[in-house]
Design a protein around this ligand. Structure first.
Ligand code: NAD
Ligand code: ZN
Length: 359
């Protein structure tokens, strides 16, 4: 039904509250690239943030940008040098492509590359479009039994895997996860798969904690906004069998980062995934005197293959996260649903093609 020669319907963010569906030319590929017929694209909090505010920190929208970066599609054309995928392969797209030449890239920490080109982070276009080109080595072939939606969900799942790796979650870890949004929930799934024995998750919304419980969190804790972090840390310790040795902040609130430090066992690790205010007040003497390490997490690095292995082996089931489905033509409604959390929305999925029969 889609006329390949002409139809490249694309969701373009022109400015604050100004998303438009428009036709764009079908891209020409380079020798190391593939052309992809896009299939599923999940909406991420950052997409919604750019729509509402036009910026995240120093990344500022100054010209129209194609939105979308949690995605999958089918390879329709190969550059001359491409050997890792074939035409017809269903692939997940790792959306950040680094320079490959700088020290960070060479040392394997390519997520820190200053030359990173990341989909739908200004000034770079994303991939909520019918046809999109991407370097082939950042495409991951999906086995037949893995759905396109699961392929798109490898993006947030990779954040969870990376966060757990940064926290050194391992067999028997006791983990607290602060925030049960999509990122907190994928972190929960990754921590379980990596052997955590106890996982406590917090949120301000009971509805989200209910989903976390369903996904296997051993404890949930409903917090009130600006509840004392020290008091809450006591509550966390009473709820769990002893003190947690890993804390992963997935909401970005100051009170949450404070709680993470106070609650973590001496010698443990706090990792910060959530992006809130750029500067916050932290109990730093408490952290240093108890040798609690505080670590940042920025996206992911060499985690896509692991995320895919978790899903394809059945160790992790990400399907429960998807609560809503929209066609690309209803992108506005999809963003409205994600933004307002309508109908208990967790992950809103936009479909560029009819829904995959695998679901
Ligand atoms: P989200 O807003 O959907 O979820 C956040 C959850 O935290 C919500 O359920 C909210 O109710 C809850 N919350 C708010 N304040 C809280 C508090 N004080 N204590 C406990 N829970 C609280 O967001 P998301 O998509 O799940 O992403 C989570 C965070 O991770 C965001 O800040 C996002 O910007 C960040 N993020 C960071 C990276 C990275 O590379 N570091 C990658 C992706 C997302
Ligand atoms: Zn680099």
């Amino acid at each position: 039904s889609i006329d390949m020669a002409k139809d490249n319907l694309t969701a373009v963010l022109h400015g604050i509250e100004d998303m438009r569906l428009e036709q764009r030319p079908i891209p020409q590929i380079a020798d190391d690239e593939v052309l992809i017929a896009m299939d599923s694209v999940g909406i991420c909090g950052s997409d919604v943030h750019y729509l509402a505010h036009g910026r995240i920190g120093d990344f500022i929208l100054t010209k129209p940008m194609v939105i979308g970066h949690e995605s999958s599609g089918v390879v329709t054309k190969l550059g001359k040098k491409v050997t890792n995928v074939k035409v017809g392969d269903r692939v997940a797209i790792e959306p950040g492509v680094p320079c490959r030449y700088c020290d960070h890239c060479k040392q394997g920490k390519y997520n820190l590359c200053p030359g990173m080109v990341f989909c739908a982070t200004p000034p770079y276009d994303g991939n909520l479009t019918r046809f999109y080109k991407h370097p082939a080595d950042f495409c991951f072939k999906l086995p037949d039994h893995v759905s396109m939606e699961e392929g798109a969900l490898l993006e947030p799942l990779s954040v969870g895997v990376h966060a757990c790796r940064r926290a050194e979650v391992t067999l028997g870890s006791k983990v607290i996860i602060l925030g049960a949004g999509p990122i907190g929930l994928v972190t929960l799934l990754a921590a379980q798969a990596m052997g955590a024995s106890e996982i406590l998750i917090t949120d301000l919304l009971q509805q989200r904690l209910d989903v976390a419980k369903e996904l296997g969190a051993t404890h949930t804790l409903l917090l009130k906004k600006d509840q004392s972090a020290e008091e809450t840390a006591k509550l966390v310790r009473e709820t769990m069998c002893g003190e947690p040795d890993k804390a992963i902040d997935c909401c970005g609130a100051e009170s949450s980062a404070r709680l993470a430090i106070f609650a973590t066992r001496s010698g443990g690790v706090v990792v910060i995934v959530g992006m809130g205010a750029p500067e916050v007040k932290l109990p730093i003497i408490n952290a240093l005197a108890r040798e609690v390490d505080i670590r940042g997490v920025f996206r992911y690095c060499n985690d896509y293959a692991s995320a895919l292995a978790l899903v394809s082996s059945g160790k992790v089931n990400v399907k429960r996260l998807v609560t809503h489905h929209f066609d690309i033509k209803d992108t506005d409604k999809a963003f409205e649903t994600a933004r307002k959390g309508l109908g208990g929305a967790i992950k809103v999925m936009i479909h560029v093609q009819p829904r995959d029969a695998n679901n």
